[in-house]
Design a protein around this ligand. Structure first.
Ligand code: NAD
Length: 278
């Protein structure tokens, strides 16, 4: 309207402003490598002032250190931090959330990406301890992470976005892969996101899940690098005829984490090269 009324008015695009995370704080579990680290980088590129990567190793990986240096050289006021933690320990995860809150005085974005995938095992004889181990990280750990971040979002009263990393394996079964524990754990994450989204909407905290398809990381390399022909087989399972790269989740993370997705909650976003369409 202004452009019509005032001939001197200079229009400018604002769409990318909606993706800005300038001054915001993020927490990413599984952030030492793989998809979690790629996602942490996205938050920093979008301008977050601090992004905390939480993962198991006492010291972060070379890949993490290189990413931190890359971020430092962007000189956009963003910094990457690392905290060693086991996400299956609820009290510890909450404590770390509180410590980040004490330091940064806000919490805006949470990405629960820590996860494990074990060797294939026959579902009829799947061992109880291993089933519990997978559920403890992939389901319970995701809940504890979302709780820790959500508690801080509520404490500081700033709205927030919580992204639970599920998998297409929560909605479909990967053909010929005996992954009953993993698939079950990811289905639970889908319902966790919907359930938390409904509870937290009144606090302006959005909760969504992201379901990637096959992507080459250390998790899938354990299969792909040891089983000849598996890459071709998995590639053939989607219409695009290939598996994905971690960087192909950058756009969706930038969208979900930011105000660009402000009316999106309780949704599962599927990024899998069309695997589910066949
Ligand atoms: N790679 C894929 O094809 C794919 C597809 C769909 C979903 N996902 C999911 O994406 C997420 C990231 O996977 P990825 O492919 O990057 O795998 P990855 O193995 O490279 O990364 C997983 C990270 O989680 C950390 N982690 C595991 N247990 C932990 C614990 N108890 N406490 C803290 N950290 C822990 C690991 O140390 C590791 O850094 C996982 O939840 C995975 O299930 C991956």
């Amino acid at each position: 309207m202004k452009a019509m009324a005032d001939s001197s008015f200079k229009s400018r695009p604002t769409i990318f402003d909606e993706f800005s995370l300038k001054g915001r704080v993020g927490l990413v579990t599984g952030g030492n490598r793989g998809l979690g680290l790629e996602m942490a980088l996205v938050l920093c590129e979008a301008g977050a002032k601090a992004v905390y990567c939480l993962d198991l190793p006492t010291d972060p990986s070379g890949e993490w250190k290189a990413t931190r240096e890359h971020i430092r050289r962007m000189e956009n006021g963003s910094r990457l931090e690392y905290i060693s933690i086991d996400v299956t320990n609820q009290q510890e995860v909450w404590k770390v959330g509180t410590e980040i809150g004490n330091k940064e005085r806000r919490m805006d974005v949470c990405i629960a990406a820590a996860g494990i995938l074990k060797a294939e095992k026959d579902s009829l004889h799947y061992p109880a301890d291993e089933f519990q181990e997978v559920m403890a990280v992939n389901t319970n750990g995701v809940l504890y992470t979302a709780q820790a971040a959500g508690q801080q979002m509520t404490r500081f009263g700033n709205k927030g976005s919580i992204i639970l990393i599920a998998s297409m394996s929560g909605s479909l079964t990967n053909r010929d892969m005996a992954w009953v524990s993993y698939n079950t754990s990811k289905s639970a994450v889908l319902q966790m996101a919907r359930s938390m989204a409904c509870e937290l909407a009144s606090k302006d905290i959005r909760v969504n899940s992201l379901s990637p398809g096959h992507i080459y990381t250390k998790m899938t390399a354990a299969y792909l690098d040891t089983q000849p022909g598996l890459l071709e087989k998995w590639s053939d399972l989607n219409p695009m005829g290939r598996i994905g790269r971690p960087d192909e989740l950058r756009g969706v993370i930038a969208w979900l984490a930011s105000d660009a997705s402000s009316f999106c909650t309780g949704s599962d976003i599927v990024v899998n090269g069309g695997h589910h369409s066949w």
